[in-house]
Design a protein around this ligand. Structure first.
Ligand code: 3PG
Ligand code: MG
Length: 395
């Protein structure tokens, strides 16, 4: 499947105008990038194009600005500055790049936020055409935006003289395919996070494909409630109870879904809220579940030790607060210690594995949040589909 498109590594880029779509949508605070993760992931692609003496114009979005108006809060200026430091070369930020940018062979520039252009999100074809005119080769490398059918992701891929997959996009797709298409079993998915409603489809699809589904956060609370446990004031979605009961009853698939037997509760989400260990049957009406307990964490860890493949999206508790971090920490350690092929994705999950110092021991850290989940759901990624549709035309 990952072979069904032209790859950047198949092409000779020397002297060519190469337009590279990356996802450099990084967190920015006070004019500085606060996590380099997505920039670091893009570096090998950018370096390779520059080393081949291509004329490199990089595109990305940042946040969700209103189209048609410049807003400094969504400028890629901090990203250009950080990219220049990481690449150890000038990376000028080009404000008006749609009419063409003069870039010398072996040089690189960054176009200002693609989402300032009217028509970007709606995948307007005349906007995509203008982007296509800027290049000889379009490189789609933004795995984390591959689930968006936008002008700079899939529109331009359909219209550029040549369109190919960048090394990062190809590597992400290969890692995910290795985990899901022919996995070493047992295949265990860890899905945490606040809301069942946000992960409905992924839970449904994973129930049919994985051997074990380990849940945390508000998602686990809703399943606990559906199993008859009183969860007090815990984050829980009443209108998802039916779905949760169906999931537990095996309506969507045969995955084993162990539930927490003990939890850490607190009175609220304040940073100084005191945590208290309780069995799930002891949860009081004023309690909020803010982490899994040690017995549950050990039980989950044992299952992870036996896993052949692990996919992980979402923390198991409020790990930003030390008193509610132990569950996510134990799971991170178990994933790191296991011999499984492990993939983690999503901003919170990567922040957690970084906080607990296990990043190096996870087999693959995906840059994708929404794209990672959509892949897990088994949905086609529109920007990848656009590349596949071109594969005959370009070879
Ligand atoms: C992300 O961070 O989720 C990606 O960059 C996509 O951004 P979007 O959700 O605003 O399309
Ligand atoms: Mg998103």
């Amino acid at each position: 499947m990952a072979g069904a498109f032209v790859r950047m590594t198949d092409l000779d880029l020397e002297g060519k105008r190469v337009l590279i779509r990356e996802d450099l949508n990084a967190p920015v605070k006070d004019g500085r990038v606060t996590s380099d993760m997505r920039l670091l992931a893009a570096l090998p692609t950018l370096r390779s194009a520059v080393e081949q003496r291509a004329r490199v114009l990089v595109l990305s979005h940042l946040g969700r600005p209103k189209e048609g108006v410049f807003d400094a809060a969504f400028s890629l200026a901090p990203v250009a500055a950080r990219l220049a430091e990481l690449l150890e070369r000038d990376v000028p930020l080009v404000a008006d790049w749609l009419d063409g940018v003069d870039i010398a062979p072996g040089d690189i520039a960054l176009g200002e936020n693609v989402r300032f252009n009217p028509g970007e999100k709606a995948n307007d074809s005349s906007l995509a055409k203008r982007m296509a005119l800027l290049c000889d080769v379009f490189v789609m490398d933004a795995f984390a935006t591959a689930h968006r059918a936008e002008a700079s992701t899939s529109g331009v891929a359909a219209l550029a003289p040549v369109a190919c997959a960048g090394p990062l996009l190809a590597a992400e797709l290969e890692a995910l395919a290795a985990a899901l298409e022919n996995p070493r079993r047992p295949l265990v998915a860890i899905i945490g996070g606040a809301k069942v409603s946000g992960k409905l489809e992924v839970l449904q699809s994973l129930a049919a494909r994985v051997d074990e589904l380990i849940l945390g956060g508000g998602i686990a609370n809703t399943l606990l409630a559906a199993s008859g446990v009183a969860v007090g004031r815990s984050l829980m979605e009443r209108d998802m109870l039916k779905f949760a009961a169906d999931l537990l009853a095996g309506k969507f698939g045969k995955a084993a879904i162990p539930l927490p037997t003990d939890v850490i509760v607190g009175p609220n989400l304040e940073p100084d809220a005191r945590g208290q260990l309780k069995k799930v049957r002891e949860i009081g009406p004023a309690d909020m579940i803010l982490d899994i307990g040690p017995e549950t964490a050990e039980h989950y860890a044992e299952r992870l030790q036996r896993a052949g493949t692990i996919v992980w999206n979402g923390p198991l508790g409020v790990f930003e607060h030390p008193q509610f971090a132990a569950g996510t920490r134990r799971i991170a350690a178990a994933v790191a210690e296991s011999h499984a092929f492990s993939i983690a994705g999503g901003g919170d999950t990567l922040a957690a594995i970084e906080q607990f110092g296990v990043s190096e021991r996870i087999s693959y850290a995906s840059t994708g949040g929404g794209a990672f989940l959509e892949f897990l759901e088994g949905k086609p990624l529109p920007a990848v589909e656009a590349l596949k549709a071109r594969s005959g035309a370009a070879s």
